[in-house]
Write a protein that binds this ligand. Structure first.
Ligand code: 5AD
Ligand code: SF4
Length: 480
């Protein structure tokens, strides 16, 4: 996504995380829903609370505090969180001392209203207010209501070393920007995460160095819109023009940041997410081409293949401009994998416009895709100004057509690897069997292969691909 890329659309069920820290007396249980950014934010929250007396627990019944990091991107994501709140509230009936807090996008969207809606909720904290959590927890202990949903011009949590949650010890997320200035009409993110700001490259490099020292091998640079990264001494991106000439001259953009990361850490592998077509400059593609350790994979949401729908979505590019960017990627980065986000059934979408989406997919033949039925979000420009008029059944049918076509293309792309030798970073045991490793190649394809007894997680190995499904490559380690 531009921004809120959801990891997997079972995606709403998302990553549940718990952490174990020592020497503190209180216990917090943290659960995270939504995008990779939220997972990273929960790691920041764990770090803030670690310094304030909180151990973490994976047993919510043993917790003094339950925090749920929430997503508002689609209605279904919010429904999932409401169901979880019912579960926590049932625990509070047994343990009345338990405090329950909501963080993230739903907290920002619903603000103090959330406390009225959910009787047993104690604390509401928005994405830019996590430093205030220790104070808010004290307020709650004093029996007060605690709400902080202030959005910030500066906050990037640059100085906070995240506590890695549920980590495989091999791959980690590092946030580089927060917020989004794009104002796509369907999207709630600009309202819940505020205006765009970038993080000091020095603090990014320091965090990666810490990860390297802990033996991590891959970093995904995260932002709602990474291509829009611009460091000029701090503050909102939109205020760049007001910065001093000196600050403007010394500014660091995303292509330069990528170059800096890849050069400083030649033995680490880099990914990034999410790219926005209108902001992706050719310089970024050249940085990718220059460095072997920048993975050849771009998540490039298009949302629709129809220029008229793109216009209604306030996407700042046409179908033709997107195709031109794809052609440049193919030229500068041959073999680079591509994935998309697509929304089916946006306001006023006609059958012809839907067919434009299918034909764009045929043109690109994406390796992966994240596909959604349009969900009307209160507060967005689309909600205010357009009718959510595509019938539910039509949305569902169009979505199914998009999913079926993507599955065909995924299989086609995966089949191309058969017979090839690919470099894989081992992440851990495969889901189905501990006799097999799983890891990803540069193009982000999941690769599964039998253990030989000579490899371990964190190793880069050469794997000869022998077979595939539309989601997984199967192979054998090439003997040295
Ligand atoms: N309805 C459906 N999908 C949405 N997305 C964002 N807002 C909505 C919405 N209102 C999708 C976009 C985005 C991805 C993360 O979620 O495709 O890129
Ligand atoms: Fe992505 Fe557009 Fe939402 Fe920004 S407003 S997070 S670019 S979908």
């Amino acid at each position: 996504m531009d921004g809120e890329k959801i990891i997997d659309e079972s995606k709403q069920g998302l990553a549940t995380m718990t952490i174990g820290l020592q020497q503190n007396t209180k216990k917090v249980y943290i659960e995270s829903y939504g995008c990779q950014m939220n997972i990273n934010d929960s790691e920041i929250v764990a770090s803030i609370l670690k310094g304030k007396g909180f151990n973490t627990t994976d047993d919510m019944k043993a917790a003094d505090l339950i925090l749920v990091n929430t997503c508002s991107i689609r209605e279904k994501a919010e429904q999932t969180v409401r169901k979880r709140l019912e579960k926590y509230q049932s625990i509070k009936k047994i343990n009345p001392k338990l405090k329950i807090g909501v963080m993230g996008c739903m907290a920002e969207r619903l603000k103090a209203k959330f406390l009225e809606e959910e009787q047993m909720l104690d604390l509401v904290v928005g994405p830019d207010a996590y430093r205030d959590l220790p104070h808010l927890i004290e307020e709650v202990a004093d029996g007060k209501e605690a709400v902080n949903v202030l959005l910030s011009k500066e906050e990037t949590y640059a100085d906070i070393a995240p506590v890695r949650l549920n980590s495989n010890g091999v791959t980690a997320f590092v946030s580089i920007t927060r917020g989004c200035d794009n104002m796509c009409t369907f999207c709630v993110v600009p309202f819940t995460r505020g205006r765009e700001r970038s993080r000091d490259p020095k603090s990014i490099i320091k965090e990666i160095q810490d990860l390297k020292d802990q033996n991590f091998k891959e970093v995904t640079l995260l932002g709602q819109n990474v291509d829009s990264y611009l460091w000029f001494g701090g503050g909102l991106k939109k205020d760049f023009d007001k910065a001093s000439q000196e600050a403007q001259k010394n500014a660091v953009d995303f292509a330069q940041l990528l170059d800096m990361c890849a050069t400083t850490f030649p033995e680490m592998r880099f990914r990034f997410s999410t790219s926005n077509p209108q902001d992706m400059k050719l310089d970024v593609l050249h940085s990718m081409a220059k460095h072997k350790n920048i993975c050849k994979y771009i998540h490039l949401p298009v949302q629709s293949g129809s220029s008229s729908v793109l216009k209604r979505m306030n996407r700042q590019h046409t179908r033709e401009e997107y195709i031109e960017l794809i052609d440049n990627i193919r030229k500068i980065l041959p073999g680079c994998a591509l994935s998309h986000d697509i929304i089916a059934g946006f306001c006023g979408e006609t059958e012809a416009e839907h067919k434009d989406t299918l034909s764009l997919m045929e043109y690109v033949k994406y390796d992966f895709g994240f596909m959604f039925a349009y969900s009307d979000r209160p507060g967005t420009p689309a909600h205010k100004n357009m009718a959510d008029d595509v019938p539910h059944e039509t949305k569902k049918r169009r979505l199914n057509e998009i999913i079926a076509l993507q599955q065909k293309h995924s299989l086609l792309r995966m089949k191309k690897f058969i017979g090839q030798e690919v470099e894989v970073l081992i992440e851990g045991d495969s889901k189905k069997s501990n006799q097999y490793w799983k890891g990803r190649n540069s193009q982000n394809a999941m690769v599964v292969f039998p253990k030989t007894g000579h490899e371990k997680p964190g190793d880069f190995v050469q794997v000869k691909i022998e077979d595939c499904t539309s989601a997984t490559l199967l192979g054998k380690v090439k003997s040295k």
